[in-house]
Design a protein around this ligand. Structure first.
Ligand SMILES: Cc1ncc(COP(=O)(O)O)c(C=O)c1O
Length: 482
């Protein structure tokens, strides 16, 4: 796991940082948690953070910053045009990725808007290992189509493939041959594939994809939002890369890409985003969209403080002891849950721990949202907030038919360097208890259902009084414990 071995053989991740600023947490008693989740319409997005003990909703914009990032934020140069801070960030990006041109944007989806407006047109196709929600939305909005050419085992819950995020080369070639290279807007590879459990692709796979792109004359775009996790997996799982530094791996990935974009809410542990390229032509094509949608070219919607934090955060991402923290904590959590028989996605990926709700609450039918019900139940028994990734996150057909998701997952994100091991153990303890009492969990039904993005704002109720019964069992087993 970590390079540090324990004399008594314990296999636990060791924090390579210390905590110097803390935020007080609140764990309300279960009776209050029941009120809170019911008030939130059993939707964890609608909970108030003061009612949440461990916020595992997302890793976006909530990773811990370092002392150096905080210090850099104080010396930011605040000017509309020509800010010294922007030059610092531009130079850092150039140094790490070797890309001459950098366009700032306020977050990842803003980069997707700019790239899609520039390169996606009606009838074009964007092949990719897997889509992310905002990526697909922008491609579709511009009249394009997403085609996922993932491996057959990408969607398998349990697999021993260390690179489930790889792009299937044969499927990619077939797609290009069938539709013609002129129909391909670009090929997109998403590092640390978000929606399939934070699964990485290998550097070897990226090299193969590049060869195909060269053969057909199409661009390769790297979504580097979850690059930190993918870098760790390449270094620890890919034989050829074991002796390479994180910086060398990053540079090889960058050299293979025509465009790199990222959400700095994830990469660099700050907030913001940007697009990098070596090509002046590509840069010039996209530049005007930055000024139109984001802001002037030397801030692109970001505060100078965040730009300072990104510059330092990117440099810190080149440190194996930084990028290993998230994946090692996730691996620990996945292993401990497996020991308790809890069904989880394997191998452990980046981003978070993913529980297979389809199996956990197999008795809850998909049209009663098993992953949503599990998210509500877990909050109730622990104060841990996760995110539903299943049928509830889908949108109904025009005629009202439910689209049943391929997978029903409860995602427990692991914001980087935020939680301690004892907090992770607490979450494992409560999930283990919940698994033993899983037959008490029932389904949910909508009481307020928005037409779009219903998972953000929708409100649901329990189909029976199962939540009250679960609470009674909790009190029986835990006494007066919080
Ligand atoms: C892989 C990936 N791409 C793009 C985005 C969008 O980034 P943002 O939330 O900063 O708009 C995300 C956000 O979660 C992501 O995970």
């Amino acid at each position: 796991m970590s390079k540090v071995k324990f004399y008594y053989g314990e296999k636990i991740p060791l924090e390579m940082h210390k905590v110097r600023i803390v935020q007080k947490l609140n764990l309300p008693p279960i009776e209050q948690r029941l009120e809170a989740i019911q008030e939130a319409g059993n939707n964890t997005f609608l909970l108030k953070n003061r009612d949440v003990f461990m916020d595992m909703l997302t890793d976006s914009g909530v990773n811990a910053m370092s002392d150096r990032q905080q210090a850099a934020m104080l010396e930011a140069d605040d000017s509309y045009a020509g800010s010294e801070t922007f030059t610092k960030l531009e130079n850092k990006v150039k140094e790490i990725f070797g890309t001459e041109y950098f366009l700032p944007a306020h977050q990842g989806r803003a980069c997707e808007n700019i790239i899609s407006q520039t390169y996606v047109s009606p009838g074009t196709i964007v092949p990719m290992n897997y889509h992310f929600t905002t990526t697909k939305a922008h491609i579709v909005l511009n009249g394009g189509r997403v085609e996922e050419t993932f491996l057959d085992d990408a969607l398998q819950v349990n697999s021993d493939n260390p690179f489930k995020g790889n792009l299937d080369i044969n499927k990619l070639v077939d797609l290009i041959e069938t539709n013609g290279a002129d129909k391909i807007a670009f090929v997109r590879m998403e590092a640390g594939t978000n929606l399939i459990g934070g699964q990485p692709f290998s550097l070897e796979n990226m090299n193969e994809v590049r060869k195909v792109c060269d053969q057909y004359g199409v661009m390769l775009v790297l979504d580097a939002s979850l690059l930190a996790d993918n870098l760790y997996f390449i270094k620890s799982r890919e034989e050829r890369c074991k002796e390479m530094s994180i910086r060398e791996i990053t540079r090889e990935m960058a050299d293979l890409s025509d465009i790199i974009y990222f959400s700095a809410r994830k990469l660099g542990s700050a907030r913001g985003g940007g697009i990098c390229t070596r090509s002046k032509e590509v840069y010039t094509k996209m530049r005007e969209y930055v000024t139109l949608y984001e802001g002037f070219l030397t801030y692109g919607g970001m505060s100078v403080r965040e730009m300072e934090a990104i510059a330092v955060g990117l440099e810190e991402t080149m440190d194996i002891n930084m990028v290993n923290q998230g994946p090692q904590f996730i691996e620990y959590m996945v292993d401990e849950l497996q020991k308790k028989g809890v069904p989880v996605i394997t191998p452990a990926g980046g981003l978070g721990c993913h529980i297979n709700a389809m199996e956990f609450v197999g008795h809850v039918p998909q049209n009663e949202y098993p992953a949503g019900a599990l998210a509500a139940a877990l909050y109730l028994v622990s104060g841990v907030r996760g995110m539903e990734r299943g049928t509830l996150s889908e949108q109904r057909e025009e005629d009202g038919t439910e689209i049943l998701s391929n997978m029903e997952l409860l995602r427990l994100a692991m914001p980087r360097r935020v939680f301690t091991l004892s907090q992770v153990k607490y979450a494992v303890d409560r999930i283990g208890w919940l698994y033993e009492n899983r037959e008490l969990i029932g389904g949910l039904r909508f009481v307020e259902e928005p037409k779009v993005l219903r998972f953000f704002f929708g409100k649901l109720e329990a189909v029976s009084n199962w939540q009250e019964k679960l609470m009674a069992k909790f009190r029986e087993d835990f006494g007066d414990s919080l």
